[in-house]
Design a protein around this ligand. Structure first.
Ligand code: GAL
Length: 355
């Protein structure tokens, strides 16, 4: 979190330094409207954090309109939403692509109109991008897998245990560029850990129901031999845990996640889920808003690094287990103790020293 804050500070200073050389119109922006195109509504973060935080920061920066759309995991719908935003004369696109490859045509349409595109959280696979803001996504996979291997070790399962034992991997959407990075990071640890991967699945659209259905099928095949389920985010972890519960698997295997969703923090407290990854969405959404407004004003933007020639800021993800809920999501104001410790979780909160 310290690292994330300082990256934003560096950026803001750079932005201020360029403000004097503002050249309205240089970007081709012709409007006071910013289109925010988010990918999915089954994952809680977009409607709960990304959208409101982005809109609030834009409102602080001036009198701009945000044209919001959510693609519900459908790349064709996202294409349409982008085309209608462009047709309405939007000045900047902030695009979190459902499908990294399909979204190249959105970027091409925007490029043809001189409308700058910010690739938000997921990197579009091509086109001329004005900015990319995300987290270190391979590190997300590393954090997940490191905690996973440790958790399985602590539970006394895994390595060399009974025959046929092993883990499942519930990866993210096959069209999400981040999902490939999470998977790569996770494999780089799991493959050397001595754990056996029984089966692996790329969850279409990160859909929790599909994750649940796949895990249910695996339980039918492997039952108690499953010592852990690597799930790439909290929504798919929720699906996996639901399948394990329905099948009465006891004890529950070690399950990972990502996004620090409230329901996941509560599952971590009760021991249903082992860990999640906290990504501070506030600096991410706010930086995207700042860059979008700077681009609308025709200002030059700078960044601490480049990926494929695109100015890029990558923020730091943080692993969360039952041991550091207070120091991470609570300390950062992401969730309050009151949010987490509802009556159903009061005992678990007390046991974990939360409050
Ligand atoms: C990823 C994103 C995660 C999670 C997931 C499902 O690209 O980085 O935070 O939300 O998509 O939408």
């Amino acid at each position: 979190m310290v690292a994330a804050a300082s990256v934003v500070a560096v950026f803001t200073a750079a932005l201020a330094a360029c403000a004097g050389s503002a050249d309205p119109g240089a970007s081709g922006a012709d409007d006071d409207t910013i289109a925010l195109l988010l990918p999915d509504a089954k994952t809680a973060r977009y409607e709960t954090f990304d959208r409101p935080l982005f809109e609030a920061r834009v409102a602080e920066l001036g009198d701009y309109d945000v044209l919001y759309s959510n693609a519900d995991q459908d790349p064709a719908k996202q294409q349409q939403q982008a085309e209608s935003a462009l047709a309405a004369g939007t000045g900047v696109l902030v695009l979190d692509p459902v499908d990294a490859n399909a979204a190249v045509s959105i970027v091409s349409s925007a490029n043809a109109k001189g409308v700058p595109v910010i690739s938000y959280d997921r990197l579009v696979a091509g086109g001329d991008l004005a900015y990319y803001i995300s987290f270190d996504n391979e590190k997300v996979g590393l954090l997940q897998a490191a905690a996973f291997v440790e958790g399985i070790g602590e539970a006394g399962a895994g390595e060399g245990e009974g025959e046929g034992e092993g883990i499942l991997m519930v990866n993210g959407s096959p069209t999400d560029s981040n999902a490939a990075l999470f998977k790569r990071g996770a494999h780089s640890i799991i493959d050397d850990s001595g754990l056996r991967v029984l089966a692996e699945y790329d969850t279409p659209g990160w859909n929790p129901e599909k994750a649940q259905e796949w895990v249910a099928g695996q339980i039918a095949q492997h039952g108690d031999a499953i010592t852990g389920v690597y799930a790439a985010n909290d929504a798919t972890a929720g699906g996996a845990i639901a399948a394990l519960r329905v099948a009465n698997v006891d004890p529950l295997p070690i399950v990972t996640g990502q996004d620090a969703e409230l329901s996941a923090i509560q599952r971590i407290l009760t021991g249903d889920q082992y860990m999640t990854v906290y990504k501070a969405i506030k600096p991410q959404a706010e930086l995207a808003a700042e860059v979008a407004v700077a681009l609308l004003r025709g200002e030059e933007v700078t960044a601490p690094m480049e990926i494929d020639g695109t100015p890029t800021t990558l923020l730091e993800p943080v692993a969360v287990t039952v041991d550091n809920i207070m120091e991470t999501v609570v300390a950062d104001g992401f969730w309050s103790v009151d949010d987490i410790c509802t009556p159903a979780y009061a005992d678990a909160c007390e046991a974990a020293g939360i409050g």
